[in-house]
Write a protein that binds this ligand. Structure first.
Ligand code: NAD
Length: 361
C-alpha cells in the first residue's frame, strides 16, 4: 500500500530528526511491503525565509491532501533570531497554530512512557515506577477556557477580568470517540478527568463521555476529578491507560505527565481531527542550541512516526515493530547525549537512527 506523507522538517534540529524518522519509516515499509511517499512542506522559519510567511496556503493544501503530516519542530533562538522581530502572527510558531486550525485538529495525544532503561531520569521513587509506565493524555485542543469569550473591565474603580469556559456536546462527543478508539488500540481503559463537583461544563463533559462509552462496551470508563488526577500522576502513574480531558486540564496534566518521564527527547505527540489525517510531531522544540551538530535525540520523532502508523494508517504491527526496535537499542546501551549515563555508549542523531533501522531488518 502507498501512503502520502507531508513532511515538515522545520527549523533547528527539525531537519536532522525528520531525516532519521523517514529512514525508519522506509525500513518498516521495506519489511512489511508498504511505500511511503514524502512531499516536503515548508513551515516556520524556513517558510518565512523563503516566502515571508510561516505557512503558505499552498503548503497547507499539500498537508490537507496527504494521508498524514510528520513535523520536526519550528522556531529559532527567541532572543537572537530575526524571526522574533516580526509581528507575532508572522513568527515561526504562528505556522503551528495555522496548521492545527487549517487541518481541523481538535484532539491532542501525548504519550507518557517511562522506558525502564531510562528510569534513572524519572524524578519519582523507584518503587513507584518499577517496570516503567505507559499511558497517554488526550487533550481537547480547540474549545474550553482558552477559546471562550474574555474581557477585562473596570467597575467602580476595580479592575475585573472575565474568561468563559464553554463546551457543547458535539465538541465533547467527537474527542470522547477518539479517546475510546485510542483505548481500543491500547489497554482498553479510559479515565475521563473533569471538575464535575464544581463546573457545569464538567458535568456535561461527564454525561456525554458516558453516552459515548455505551458505544464501546469493551472499554472500561472511570471518572476522576482533576485535582485528584494531578496527585495520582505522581502517586501511581501505572494505573492510567488513556486520560481523556478538556483543554486547560489537559494542558496542565500533559506537562506533568511529561515531567514524570524525565526525558524530553523521548516524548512524541499526535493531533487528530474528524478523519484519519493527523499531525505527528515530537513534544520538544527546535533546540537551536544543538542544531546541525548531530546531537539531537531523534527518538521522539521516530515514536511520533510510529503513532502515525498506528492512528492514521491502522498499521499497529508496524508501529509495534518500531517501538520494539527502540527498546532493543536502549537495551543494548546506546544513548544520545540527552539521555546518556555512565558506562553506556554515546551516539549521535544519525547513528541512533541507523541503530534503530538495523534492529528492524
Ligand atoms: P526546546 O524543546 O527546543 O529545547 C529545550 C532544551 O531541550 C534545550 O536544551 C534543547 O537542546 C533540549 N532538547 C530539545 N529537544 C531535544 C532532543 N530531541 N534531543 C536532545 N536535546 C533536546 O525548547 P526551547 O529551547 O524553549 O525552544 C526552542 C525553539 O523551539 C523556540 O523557538 C520555541 O518557540 C520552539 N518550539 C517549537 C515547538 C514546536 O515546533 N512544536 C515546541 C516548543 C518550542
Amino acid at each position: 500500500m502507498n501512503y502520502n506523507v507531508a513532511v515538515i522538517p522545520g527549523d533547528g534540529i527539525g531537519p536532522e530528526i525528520v531525516t532519521e524518522a523517514k529512514k525508519v519509516l522506509d525500513a518498516v515499509g521495506k519489511k512489511y511491503g508498504h511505500n511511503f511517499s514524502y512531499t516536503e512542506v515548508l513551515m516556520g522559519g524556513a517558510s518565512i525565509d523563503a516566502t515571508g510567511v510561516p505557512l503558505t496556503e499552498e503548503a497547507l493544501l499539500t498537508c490537507k491532501k496527504s494521508d498524514a503530516v510528520l513535523l520536526g519542530a519550528v522556531g529559532g533562538n527567541t532572543n537572537t533570531s530575526p524571526w522574533y522581530k516580526l509581528p507575532p502572527n508572522l513568527r515561526p510558531e504562528a505556522g503551528l497554530l495555522a496548521i492545527r486550525k487549517g487541518l481541523g485538529l481538535f484532539a491532542n495525544i501525548r504519550p507518557a512512557v517511562l522506558f525502564p532503561q531510562l528510569a534513572a531520569a524519572c524524578p519519582l521513587r523507584p518503587d513507584i515506577t518499577e517496570g516503567g509506565f505507559d499511558f497517554v493524555v488526550m487533550r481537547e485542543l480547540t474549545g474550553g477556557l482558552y477559546f471562550g469569550e474574555r474581557h477585562t473591565e473596570t467597575v467602580n474603580g476595580v479592575r475585573k477580568a472575565v474568561d468563559t469556559l464553554t463546551y457543547d456536546e458535539n465538541e465533547i462527543r467527537r474527542i470522547a470517540k477518539w479517546g475510546f478508539e485510542i483505548a481500543r488500540k491500547r489497554n482498553k481503559r479510559v479515565c475521563s478527568v473533569d471538575k464535575a463537583n464544581v463546573l457545569d461544563s464538567s458535568r456535561l463533559w461527564r454525561a456525554v463521555v458516558k453516552e459515548v462509552a455505551a458505544e464501546y462496551p469493551d472499554v472500561e470508563l472511570s471518572d476522576m476529578l482533576v485535582d485528584n488526577c494531578a496527585m495520582q500522576l505522581v502517586r501511581d502513574p501505572k494505573q492510567f491507560d488513556v486520560i481523556l480531558t478538556e483543554n486547560m486540564f489537559g494542558d496542565i496534566l500533559s506537562d506533568e505527565a511529561s515531567m514524570v518521564t524525565g526525558s524530553i527527547g523521548m516524548l512524541s505527540s499526535a493531533s487528530l481531527g474528524e478523519g484519519k489525517l493527523g499531525l505527528y510531531e515530537p513534544s520538544h522544540g527546535s533546540a537551536p542550541d544543538i542544531a546541525g551538530q548531530n546531537k539531537a535525540n531523534p527518538i521522539a520523532t521516530i515514536l511520533s512516526a510510529a503513532m502515525m502508523l498506528r492512528y492514521s494508517f491502522d498499521l499497529d504491527e508496524e508501529a509495534d515493530a518500531i517501538e520494539a526496535a527502540i527498546h532493543a537499542v536502549l537495551n543494548d546501551g546506546f544513548r544520545t547525549g540527552d539521555i546518556m549515563s555512565e558506562g553506556l555508549t554515546q551516539v549521535g542523531t544519525k547513528e541512533m537512527g541507523d541503530l534503530i533501522v538495523e534492529r528492524l531488518a
